[in-house]
Design a protein around this ligand. Structure first.
Ligand code: APR
Length: 242
């Protein structure tokens, strides 16, 4: 296994714990989103079919939160943008987060495998649109005739995540895989570490809690805002990673 990762191919998987220090709730912590809402009501195609207004309201609240002046990218988002700049073409950031904090920190190439809260999607053409207003029954697409009611551009439980082909290729080709702030209970993302490891990557978990699987070679335990910038500095300086 290589020691100097300053020129290596790196894949980073981020989850809700990355945005938690920015004031966005996680899903599975105490008082997390799934303590307050039933997944089947607000995050499944069946829930949307039976009560679209409830689902629209849930995602409108999440979108409104992003406009709160207190919500902004944190030091971990900024460190990832810095790594992208220095590591052009050799870094692939996959996020399960639907917020836009990676982009606001300056990252240009982020794959939102679970969708983007600022966008709505036409259910017929699959085209997505930046939403200027809240989701409502009046928000129709401009791509189809008759125009369709836009749905949130979110991958719900039971739906296929976005970009799986690209993700699998990147995982089998990377030298280093880092998971940041994810509980690792939702597949397919939870299985990425095993695939990367099986193809020879060093694997690191950054989390406030102990690792969710034995597939990680190392754990950087602590808040992502403190641990990730340090880890990224080591990578950029070509220092060995413990
Ligand atoms: N720094 C690092 N890790 C943190 C921090 C922090 N400051 N705060 C919380 N964490 C960790 C928690 O210990 C937990 O392991 O972040 C993780 C958050 O886990 P989840 O709430 O389950 O979020 P995530 O893993 O992103 O969820 C995956 O599940 O419901 C779906 O589609 C939704 O994308 C989401 C997916």
């Amino acid at each position: 296994m290589i020691q100097d990762y300053s020129n290596a191919n790196i894949v980073i998987l981020t989850g809700a714990g990355l945005s938690a220090p920015s004031g966005i709730e996680t899903f599975r912590s105490q008082d997390g989103l799934w303590e307050q809402h039933l997944i089947e009501d607000v995050a499944t195609p069946e829930g949307y079919a039976s009560n679209p207004e409830l689902v629209d309201t849930f995602y409108n609240q999440r979108r409104a939160q992003l406009n709160d002046p207190l919500v902004s990218p944190n030091a971990a988002h900024v460190a990832l943008a810095k790594l992208e700049l220095a590591h052009q073409g050799r870094l692939f950031v996959i996020t399960q987060n639907v917020d836009d904090l990676h982009e606001r920190a300056g990252s240009k190439q982020v794959l939102h495998m679970h969708g983007e809260i600022r966008k709505g999607r036409c259910p017929r053409s699959n085209l997505s649109f930046l939403m200027k207003k809240d989701f409502s029954s009046e928000q129709l697409c401009s791509c189809c005739q008759p125009a369709q009611r836009l749905r949130p551009h979110i991958v719900w439980f039971g739906e296929m995540p976005i970009g799986m082909g690209m993700i699998e290729r990147a995982l089998t080709e990377c030298d280093l895989f880092i998971s940041v702030g994810t509980s690792g209970v939702v597949y397919p993302a939870a299985g990425f570490v095993r695939l990367a490891k099986a193809f020879g990557a060093k694997t690191i978990d950054v989390n406030t809690e102990p690792c969710y699987t034995g597939s990680f070679d190392a754990q950087y335990k602590g808040c992502a805002t403190e641990t990730l910038p340090k880890l990224i500095d080591k990578i950029l300086n070509g220092q060995p990673l413990s």
